[in-house]
Design a protein around this ligand. Structure first.
Ligand code: NAD
Length: 262
């Protein structure tokens, strides 16, 4: 297998399904040695096995990205298996549809802990490894259109993703002297299983009435006229992981079909 990420050792968190799984598969198809990290170890095992069956190289690791000890051990397992780390994708995330006035402290803390604290911990632990290796590295975070605008039924999720954008900027400024770049990309609506839970929440709170009303209402505002499939994102994620992106840092790349124009 050959490609622009040939031979790179790349961790993708939240890769047991959805967008992360497609990113991991694409990176492996393009020659990367991929670590599939997910709190759902069975999902991670299945994705890694499928990559190996297709002739790629992959390791699966069970990890909760909000647990520093687990993140450290994921990086240690990566280095043990593949000799080093080149790129970390902080992609794991959760969401919830919940009207602004209904958001509880528990809802808020759960989402921010995984989506935002998880990015801080992952970036710090990857950076320690990159600094020890001495020749830089890349961190790529999954932000969202919700990291650029506030939506009434996603206040806590928007906070968590604005936090991803700001952590990307702070980390880029902090780590540039070590030749470590930090960027994020911002999907809009990607048709993954995540939307099933969002749709259930929306109907429970009376935000929508019928199945799929939620994704259909969001999709109406996409200039390119349809929701993304995970494969619409992987060209950008592969590029960001490659040497071609080495002079980009601190940036948010919108990959939303035209939902938020900034
Ligand atoms: P998904 O729910 O299909 O997949 C998320 C994966 O993350 C799951 O496999 C889950 O087990 C894993 N995960 C959850 N909590 C974890 C934790 N604490 N530690 C490790 N793994 C954990 O979701 P998706 O649609 O593939 O979303 C992936 C990323 O993209 C998320 O950060 C999400 O916020 C972001 N995003 C998604 C959309 C969308 O429309 N689907 C849009 C913008 C941004």
């Amino acid at each position: 297998m050959s490609g622009i990420v040939e031979g790179k050792v790349i961790i993708v968190t939240g890769a047991g399904r959805g967008l992360g799984a497609s990113m991991a598969q694409d990176l492996a198809e393009n020659g990367a040695l991929v670590v599939v990290g997910d709190v759902n170890k069975d999902g991670a095992n299945e994705v890694a096995a499928a990559i190996r069956d297709a002739g790629g190289q992959a390791l699966s690791v069970g990890v909760d990205v909000s647990d520093r000890a687990a993140v450290k051990s994921m990086i240690a397992e990566t280095v043990k298996a593949f000799g080093r780390l080149d790129v970390l994708f902080n992609n794991a995330g959760i969401s919830q549809t919940c009207p602004f006035m209904e958001v509880t402290e528990e809802d808020f803390n759960r989402i921010v802990k995984i989506n935002t604290l998880g990015v801080l911990i992952g970036t710090q632990e990857a950076a320690k490894q990159f600094i020890a290796q001495g020749n830089g590295g890349k961190v790529i975070n999954t932000a969202s259109i919700a990291g650029k605008q506030g939506w009434p039924d996603y206040a806590h999720y928007c906070v968590s993703k604005f936090g991803v954008v700001s952590l990307t900027q702070s980390a880029a400024r902090s780590l540039a002297s070590h030749k470590i770049t930090v960027n994020c990309f911002a999907p809009g609506v990607v048709a993954t299983e995540l939307w099933k839970a969002l749709d259930d929440d929306a109907r429970r709170y009376g935000v929508t009435k019928n199945p799929d009303d939620l994704i259909n209402s969001f999709t109406q505002n996409i200039l390119l006229g349809r929701a993304a499939l995970p494969d619409d994102l992987v060209g950008v994620t592969r590029f960001l992981a490659s040497d071609a992106a080495s002079y980009i840092t601190g940036q948010t790349i919108m990959v939303d079909g035209g939902m938020v124009l900034i």
